[in-house]
Write a protein that binds this ligand. Structure first.
Ligand SMILES: [Zn+2]
Length: 212
């Protein structure tokens, strides 16, 4: 191979790597094609990203389950929650407080799975699901923006549906409660979202905003 061929080869390889890296960068910084452009609502941005993960029927909207996404990036979280048809939620909140609206509160999404709370089993039919972008709230706590944005989203829903504060719970709480009632189901893994520390922060901020 002569020098000119070598140079051409290096050029082609460099170009290929750049195109690949560019593609990866575009993937992680753009949203799924079904999402709307963002609009400012109060202090935060909101984007509609309708989910394919809906169940027939009407949500009773008598509580809220808090989750962390456990995904590295927002794009990965949105792909799972809007496209998979296996998991979904009502709103996903990015680290800067941007809210991705996946469904209306009255729709039934798939976030709670095996769950029990205050006499209700299978909370997908009863509770709204909020996912916070975090690989793991035990290692990557919620940002203050995430907490305030979630409260902005929730306050009108709490008011409209008269949601009791003891019906605002973590995924871990409702999964653990279900497992306690089904000790034979050792095949169902426990959940660790949201951390108790972040749950306490969230509830304290919510009570403060509600003046309670
Ligand atoms: Zn969860």
């Amino acid at each position: 191979m002569n020098d000119s061929m070598k140079r051409k080869l290096v050029f082609i390889l460099t170009a290929a790597v750049l195109v690949l890296l560019g593609g990866v960068a575009i993937y992680y910084t753009t949203m799924p094609s079904g999402c709307s452009s963002k609009r400012k609502v109060g202090n935060f941005y909101e984007i509609d990203c309708p989910t394919k993960g809906l169940k027939a029927g009407k949500n009773k909207v008598c509580g809220v389950v808090l989750h962390h996404t456990a995904c590295m990036t927002m794009r990965q979280s949105l792909d799972a929650l809007t496209e998979s048809g296996k998991v979904s939620c009502h709103v996903t909140i990015d680290r800067d407080g941007t809210r991705y609206i996946l469904a209306s509160p009255e729709q039934i999404t798939m976030h709670a799975g095996y769950s029990y709370h205050n006499g209700m089993t299978g909370l997908n039919r009863y509770f709204v699901g909020i996912e916070f972008q975090s690989i793991d709230t035990h290692r990557q706590p919620l940002t203050n923006e995430q907490i305030e944005s979630a409260i902005d989203y929730l306050l009108p829903i709490i008011k409209k549906h008269h949601i009791r504060l003891d019906n605002i719970v973590t995924h871990e709480q409702v999964r653990t409660a279900w497992l306690k009632r089904h000790p034979d189901r050792t095949d169902i893994p426990a959940k660790v979202d949201i951390s108790q520390a972040d749950y306490q922060r969230f509830m304290a901020a919510l009570r403060k905003r509600m003046g309670r």
